[in-house]
Design a protein around this ligand. Structure first.
Ligand SMILES: C[S@@+](CC[C@H](N)C(=O)[O-])C[C@H]1O[C@@H](n2cnc3c(N)ncnc32)[C@H](O)[C@@H]1O
Length: 275
């Protein structure tokens, strides 16, 4: 059994929460995503998963599954159009997208995260044909040099940009689009009120609010996109507007109601950009 060895105050441990939520979805009677790899990983990692039981949208298994589903759809669409694509999943955590989507043999897929996360990941998964894991930080340009720079590229960044400063995100986008010739960057962002709330909670109740604060919100993205040469936005969709994907009618009703409140509907959005 692999041991996580991570503390929840650490940004690296945020991937345990999303993994756990995908596993809860997978084990529910009517899953939205049905990520069997997540359920298996939770079984194999020695961690006190009960510590993660918290309320709120960010801790709701269906909300996290809806977000993953939207990213999966965007990735699957890109791979249908580009059978020879390179895919970079930055801040991949223990996510199994590369296995869920099972891309064709022409695709080169790179899962990238901080060294300790990749070390844990390697205990669950192995590099294979067209699939590699790389240890590196989004703020460090070195790992990009290990990647090919030819052909169409899809960069997936799910659940990471909010933990970096707007300046670090600007720099990351600039490096990504400079290194690659053409492609898309898909990423998510929290509403400004969600980011502000996380910072206040972190400042006022650091022992209770253990997760790292959000430093970047949706409000910062127009500037980041505008300042990235050649990058343009294609779509921007609220995760909770995908309610129809939930097979369980009570889950659909619950999200349908939440989605009617503009501020909540805005809670988490997924952006698709191209360069
Ligand atoms: C909320 S988790 C999301 C993980 C995964 N994408 C998912 O949806 O389950 C955030 C991830 O970003 C990673 N991360 C945080 N800072 C990073 C950095 N500077 N460079 C690369 N990855 C980072 C964390 O280690 C963690 O795996």
């Amino acid at each position: 059994m692999a041991s996580s060895g991570m503390d929840l105050t650490d940004v690296r441990a945020t991937m345990l929460r999303t993994l756990h939520l995908r596993a809860l979805d997978a084990n529910s009677p009517a899953p939205v995503l049905g990520d069997r790899y997540a359920a298996e990983a939770v079984r194999r990692i020695d961690y006190d998963w009960g510590r993660l039981a918290k309320r709120g949208l960010a801790n709701d298994c269906y909300a996290v599954a809806l977000r993953a589903n939207r990213f999966d759809d965007l990735a699957a669409g890109f791979l249908r159009r580009h059978a020879d694509a390179a895919v970079i999943d930055l801040g991949c955590g223990l996510d199994s997208r590369a296995f869920r989507l099972a891309p064709g043999s022409g695709v080169r897929w790179f899962d990238i995260d901080l060294p300790e996360v990749v070390e844990l990941r390697r205990r669950l998964y192995a590099d294979g044909d067209g699939y590699r894991m790389l240890a590196g930080s989004a703020t460090d340009p070195r790992w990009l040099r290990e990647l090919p720079s030819d052909g169409p590229t899809l960069v997936i960044i799910e659940g990471l940009l909010m933990y970096l400063s707007p300046a670090a995100n600007r720099e990351l986008f600039r490096r990504l689009t400079e290194h690659r010739t053409t492609g898309e960057i898909v990423f998510d962002g929290v509403a400004p009120w969600v980011a502000a709330k996380s910072r206040v909670l972190k400042r006022c109740f650091p022992r209770w609010h253990r997760a790292p604060a959000y430093l970047t919100s949706q409000r910062d993205y127009p500037g980041i996109i505008a300042e990235t040469p050649g990058l343009r936005q294609i779509t921007d969709v609220g995760v909770l507007t995908d309610t129809h994907r939930a097979p369980d009618p009570s889950v659909r009703r619950y999200y349908g109601l939440l989605g009617k409140v503009a501020a909540i509907e805005n809670w988490m959005r997924v952006f698709r950009t191209a360069f």
